[in-house]
Design a binder for this molecule. Structure first.
Ligand code: NAP
Ligand code: G4F
Length: 321
């Protein structure tokens, strides 16, 4: 039985990856940080099958303990302060968790279990003010947020530990991926949740920032498979994971409101409070390398993804209201 340690197990990706690896017969250990109110919402259906280890990415000693206890064949580092907007108000914390957290995890592996394979959750946010389109593995980084800068550190320290210590360490440069388990602050979920609430008479307007930003949005359930595939290769490498299609926030809003039979212009209000100090205007990934080398392809289209999320939110409120 293969053993895995997942950081960020309570998050969107952690929950889909844990599900996927349990189905493959892995013994799954999840690093879980202490919180005053326990949040197992995303993993409540598989909670009993996961062995939780208390720890924090900012605390190297807790990661050493977690690696000693779990003796993992594979480590997936998905934990992060992952919300870009908050990285301007919490830049130091973001660096400690999102950048140095990756270093701490690599150090723990180097010291305790050098043959463990390591996956780092790198991000298309590293491309920021893009210097070429579409963005691929060789596209230079130009991060536009403290979060993006922290992810660039996490990315390069992963490459460096691979080259310095011969660790099997890979970075997945994942473009935006969403699901009904997406956090409510992120724009897709904020929109699908609001469309459902407005349809049911629970909300009257939706306040948003930049409607012109473009993102390459895919389904999280598809993307965790690419993470696993990277760690099954003969040699460690880095891969872009994306759909190869881009849409504006306006397209997203239109798709969600159309699905509930409403005209979005009647409800959406632009609010400067949701504008960012520096914006990433356009993300569009080139997933050719992932297709060629991993045999990976996205299955869920943008339209089906947004409808899946709206339907989930309608059901959630329909059942409780
Ligand atoms: P998410 O839903 O926000 O989950 C983040 C996870 O990190 C949560 O489980 C959170 O635990 C945990 N965490 C936060 N601070 C921590 C700390 N100090 N120590 C240990 N764990 C901590 O994020 P996601 O969407 O699943 O994304 C997974 C990873 O991929 C993140 O690293 C993100 O930056 C990266 N990424 C995401 C996307 C995307 O579009 N989703 C794209 C590219 C890269 P709590 O439950 O305790 O808060
Ligand atoms: O949904 P978002 O907050 O995601 P963002 O900033 O692209 O970051 C996500 O994807 C990254 C991969 O590229 C991950 F690394 C990261 O962890 C996270 O998962 O915002 C998407 C776009 C932005 O351009 C933002 O300015 O939507 C725009 N937007 C417009 N109004 C809004 C809003 N974003 C949010 N969150 N809330 C708004 O009201």
């Amino acid at each position: 039985m293969k053993r895995t340690l997942i950081t960020g197990i309570t998050g969107q990706d952690g929950s889909y990856l844990a599900e996927f690896l349990l189905q493959k017969g892995y013994k799954v250990y999840g690093l879980k940080r202490r919180t005053s109110t326990e949040s197992y919402e995303n993993i409540k259906h598989i909670q009993k099958e996961i062995e939780f280890i208390s720890g924090d990415l900012a605390d190297l000693s807790s990661l050493i303990h977690a690696v000693k206890l779990s003796k993992p064949d594979e480590v997936y580092n998905l934990g992060a302060q992952s919300f870009v907007a908050d990285s301007w108000s919490q830049p130091v914390y973001t660096a400690e968790v999102t950048a140095l957290g990756a270093l701490n995890m690599l150090e723990a592996i180097k010291e305790v279990k050098q043959d463990a394979r390591f996956y780092q959750a790198s991000s298309s946010e590293m491309f920021g003010k893009v210097v070429e389109t579409p963005q691929k593995e060789t596209t230079p980084f130009y991060p536009r947020s403290p979060y993006g800068v922290a992810k660039v550190y996490g990315h390069w320290i992963t490459v460096n530990y691979r080259e310095s210590y011969n660790l099997f360490a890979c970075s997945g440069i994942l473009f935006n991926h969403e699901s009904p388990r997406r956090g409510i602050q992120f724009v897709t979920r904020k929109v699908t949740d609001a469309a459902a609430r407005i349809k049911l008479g629970l909300q009257t307007e939706l306040r948003l920032g930049n409607l012109d930003a473009k993102r390459d949005w895919g389904f999280a359930g598809d993307y965790v498979k690419a993470m696993w595939l990277m760690l099954q290769q003969e040699k460690p490498d880095d891969f872009v994971v994306a759909t190869g299609k881009t849409h504006t926030v306006r397209d997203l809003v239109e798709t969600a409101f159309d699905h509930v039979g409403l005209k979005w212009e009647d409800y959406v209000v632009q609010d400067p409070a949701f504008m960012r100090p520096a914006e990433v205007d356009l993300l569009l990934g080139d997933p050719k390398k992932a297709k060629r080398r991993l045999g990976w392809e996205p299955k869920v289209s943008f339209g089906d993804l947004i409808k899946m999320m709206v339907d989930h939110d309608l059901k959630k409120y329909g059942q409780t209201s």
